[in-house]
Write a protein that binds this ligand. Structure first.
Ligand SMILES: Cc1cc2nc3c(=O)[nH]c(=O)nc-3n(C[C@H](O)[C@H](O)[C@H](O)COP(=O)(O)OP(=O)(O)OC[C@H]3O[C@@H](n4cnc5c(N)ncnc54)[C@H](O)[C@@H]3O)c2cc1C
Length: 385
């Protein structure tokens, strides 16, 4: 078992670190303050392949493993959590379209999505269907060669600024088996957008409600077959959870580095606060938990890459643990900055606001526990530990 990064992985990390330091970190505070979505920067990230990291090579993607992708996302999130998180959502949807789309659909969208010239949103949640996503009500009725879609999606990341929507719709019976995934151009007739939600964090990307009023799309916009939508949605989320987990790890790593440096500069009681053992112990705990979180995310990514039957449980464990640790480390780094940590002049309060939502979305951390416990208690489950 070799825990070292390979030469290729180091090169990916270096490339992502350079992009993060040059193109994201210097502007992240301004984007947060001005609620600016840096679409042009995401498109420049696309020129380096960051918009289609694990989409198939045959469709113009980079064809990387989830593990390699997580190494890249970690570096990017050190520069801007919110922008990287949006990039991960775009990667997830691009993977879904390029992996499960019809030939017609792939011809139309693969190139623009994999290069990042066009961006994508993932539309699962509804006002009445959050954690219980399989109870969603948005309906798609087949009429000849078209689907007619009606319903409302809530909390959609990127909405209003993206060009493509993958929409989970009910085409059949109640429950998960009646759900299909349908691609809708974001400017299709009958698609309307709510106001940008006023959020605690993730301010460098819009979150909006989307209403579909008798929206017509060709049947070739269906991913896979009718009834497979929930399976695709959950497969997408396995990878999405690794991505969001590593965004917490990257942000927390940036917070830890800031705190370590600050403790050596800040003097109180006539000496650097780094000389106080209580604070040294705090720093040691932050680093220890962060390393554990990173390794669990990499293990989950490895399980997903290997097609391990218990990969979903590992992705849930990684998401639960890394997003909790990520928040705690960012909060502790803020505390180590004293009053200055609370000022917008320093990035700590933004780190805390940005990673907080990772404990809620792509399945809340309570739902992660539910997924893990269900596998542990299922007699047919494989060996988890
Ligand atoms: C900024 C932001 C961006 C988002 N982006 C997207 C997006 O791009 N696409 C998308 O589809 N969705 C998106 N979401 C939605 C997100 O995935 C949901 O908010 C999340 O799944 C929780 O659903 P809910 O808000 O309805 O909470 P609820 O499901 O109402 O949960 C409320 C509380 O009850 C708990 N709970 C619920 N059921 C159980 C249970 N069985 N056992 C124990 N506890 C339970 C939850 O953990 C939570 O603490 C986004 C949300 C936010 C805030």
């Amino acid at each position: 078992m070799d825990f070292n990064l390979s030469d290729d992985q180091r090169q990916f990390a270096d490339l992502a670190q350079k992009f993060s330091q040059d193109e994201l970190a210097p502007f992240a505070a301004q984007w947060d303050r001005e609620h600016h979505f840096p679409k042009d920067v995401i498109q420049r990230a696309g020129e380096l392949g960051f918009c289609s990291l694990y989409s198939p090579l045959s469709e113009g993607g980079m064809g990387l493993s989830r593990l390699d992708s997580s190494i890249i996302f970690e570096q990017l999130s050190m520069g801007c959590t919110s922008t990287t998180a949006m990039l991960t959502i775009h990667n997830m949807v691009t993977w879904m379209v390029t992996s499960f789309g019809t030939e017609t659909l792939r011809k139309e969208w693969s190139e623009s999505l994999t290069t990042g010239q066009k961006l994508a949103s993932y539309c699962l949640t509804e006002a009445g269907a959050g954690s219980d996503a399989a109870s969603l009500k948005t309906k798609a009725v087949r009429e000849g060669d078209e689907y007619v879609i009606s319903g409302t999606k809530m909390f959609i990341s990127g909405a209003g600024a993206t060009e493509l929507l993958v929409v989970m719709c009910r085409t059949g019976q109640d429950g998960p088996k009646g759900i299909s995934a349908i691609v809708v151009p974001a400017d299709a007739k009958g698609v309307t957008y709510g106001k940008a939600e006023d959020k605690m964090g993730w301010n460098a990307q819009p979150t909006r409600e989307i209403t579909f009023n008798q929206v017509r799309v060709p049947v070739t916009n269906l991913l896979g077959e009718e009834g497979q939508g929930f399976t695709f949605a959950m497969k997408g989320l396995d990878g999405g959870r690794i991505n969001i987990a590593i965004c917490s790890v990257g942000t927390a790593q940036a917070a830890l580095e800031r705190a370590t440096q600050y403790m050596q500069e800040r003097q109180q009681f006539g000496k650097p606060i780094a000389t106080f053992q209580a604070l040294q112990f705090k720093l040691a705990d932050m680093a220890t938990e962060l390393v554990a979180a990173r390794q669990l995310v990499r293990l989950a990514a490895f399980k997903l890459d290997c097609g391990d039957p218990e990969a979903s449980a590992y992705c849930a464990m990684a998401k639960r643990f890394a997003t909790d640790v990520g928040f705690q480390v960012c909060d502790a780094a803020l505390q180590l900055h004293g009053g200055y940590g609370y000022l917008r002049e320093y990035p700590l309060e933004r780190y805390v606001r940005d990673v907080r939502v990772h404990q809620i979305l792509e399945g809340t951390n309570e739902i992660m526990r539910l997924i893990i416990a269900r596998r542990l208690l299922d007699e047919s489950a494989g060996q988890i530990l």
